[in-house]
Design a protein around this ligand. Structure first.
Ligand code: SF4
Ligand code: SF4
Length: 434
């Protein structure tokens, strides 16, 4: 039954939002589902996305676990799990929510933040509504203004992330921020920060990181063993699922891929151009770029984005076995290895990408810029020069949260893949390994 004709005008508006939002999510889930060589064990990850964005349910978690909304990988999940809650990463990818946020935020704000504002202002998505507190790291200007806007509507804590990673005093400051955040968490859950609770939480994330490292090893193979779009869907699902559930699903996915390798069932042909995507986050359902790469004959072999591999980064290196030792390790691991361009000096991102070119035998780089995302746009030129030096083709693609640019993107992605296939990019991976 169409509920959008019943109730008050406001109720009808909300129902129309839910219907429209679900239609887009169904469409992208179907496209992901229909891509060839989908492992059977990917289904639980797709079900998490369906649960949240089609069935309009909250996060997938044990009963009575409070949700804490987070807006960046620099909020350590261990701290939230230690407090007896779970983090839900709420960076938005919805075109429907973007349209609402577009009327609230300034024109040049990035679509990711506009989508968050749209979700918050319409107030009907359980995954947002059920959050007891929002944690927003102050990274770029859009996040800073988002924190202020959210703070007028919800309980919101800001985390002042250092702009550089090398000065010890900056790191001391971030440790203090984490202690303050932890106090706010205790007010919600009633659970005090302790060494035992933090160690237990670090064990939870370490188990997930172990499965992810298995997966990354499998993913490095040539020919490709899992499509990049499938990989990104599995990683996106982590944002809305309790980490212990996600770890179980990831273990099953790795087991299935290992079996597939034994049977020599690969996910792409050997001669498909091997592409790395880097740049602004790719958040479900905004999956048009990874889908286009694979539909146009490319093999999306790697990503350097915070919704992908970077999102579940290195485990904390705990030098001192105490509460303070773990807090310091968490502050370090959330910022020091992070290659996000919101840091002033970001040479390590270029080094990281160069390392990935070798590890994944990459033949071309697609640089994704969400319209208005200045921090990523700033770094394009540096990377372009570096890739030029190495002879690795690179293109910058800018996109927004709508489907109007899909055809234009398709033409550019197709031309880029053809260039690698038949042009100068064909032997770049070999050239790199020399
Ligand atoms: S792009 Fe950077 S600031 Fe934005 S969510 Fe990712 S890691 Fe955080
Ligand atoms: S880093 Fe870019 S995509 Fe993320 S909030 Fe800032 S402007 Fe938006």
């Amino acid at each position: 039954m169409d509920n959008s004709r019943q109730g008050t005008p406001e109720e009808r508006r909300k129902q129309r939002f839910l219907n429209k939002s679900a239609v887009t999510s169904v469409k992208y889930l179907r496209k992901i589902d229909e891509l060839p060589h989908k492992p059977d064990t990917l289904d639980p990850f797709l079900n998490i996305l369906k649960h949240v964005f089609v069935d309009m349910q909250g996060a997938v978690k044990p009963k009575d676990t409070p949700s804490i909304g987070t807006y960046c990988v620099m909020v350590p999940p261990e701290l939230i799990y230690a407090a007896g809650a779970m983090p839900v990463k709420l960076c938005g990818g919805s075109y429907t929510a973007f349209n609402i946020g577009d009327d609230i935020a300034p024109r040049d704000a990035c679509p990711l933040v506009k989508a968050v504002m749209g979700f918050e202002s319409i107030g009907v998505m359980p995954v947002y509504q059920e959050c007891r507190m929002m944690a927003v790291p102050i990274t770029c200007d859009c996040k800073k203004k988002l924190a202020g806007w959210l703070g007028e509507r919800r309980k919101t804590v800001t985390l002042h992330v250092p702009t550089g990673r090398d000065r010890d005093e900056d790191m001391e400051h971030y440790v203090k921020e984490l202690y303050q955040f932890s106090e706010e968490l205790t007010k919600i859950t009633g659970k005090q920060l302790s060494y035992e609770r933090l160690s237990w939480a670090c064990g939870l994330t370490a188990a997930a990181q172990y499965e992810l490292s298995r997966f990354i090893e499998l993913r490095r193979r040539a020919p490709l063993v899992i499509k990049g779009t499938h990989y990104l869907a599995a990683l996106n699902a982590l944002s809305y699922s309790h980490i212990s559930i996600w770890t179980r699903y990831m273990r099953a996915l790795c087991d299935e891929i290992e079996q597939r390798i034994k049977r020599k069932e690969m996910a792409s042909k050997e001669n498909r151009p091997r592409i790395l995507v880097t740049g602004s986050p790719i958040v479900f359902p905004n999956f048009k770029l990874p889908l286009l790469i694979e539909e146009m004959g490319g093999a999306l072999v790697a990503d350097e984005t915070c919704m992908g591999e970077r999102g579940a980064y290195d485990p904390p290196a705990i030098a001192d076995q105490s509460t303070d030792g773990i807090m310091r390790a968490l502050a370090n691991k959330s910022t020091r290895p992070c290659t996000c361009p919101t840091f002033t000096d970001n040479k390590r991102r270029v080094y990281r990408i160069m390392q990935m070119l070798e590890d994944y035998q990459v033949q071309g780089v697609i640089y994704h810029v969400l319209r208005g995302c200045l921090v990523y746009d700033y770094e394009y030129q540096v990377l372009e020069e570096e890739m030029g030096r190495l002879g690795v083709p690179i293109i910058r693609v800018e996109s927004d949260y709508n489907e109007e640019d899909v055809e234009q993107l398709r033409i550019r992605v197709e031309a880029f893949i053809e260039l690698i296939k038949y042009g100068r990019g064909g032997d770049s991976a070999i050239h790199l390994r020399k």
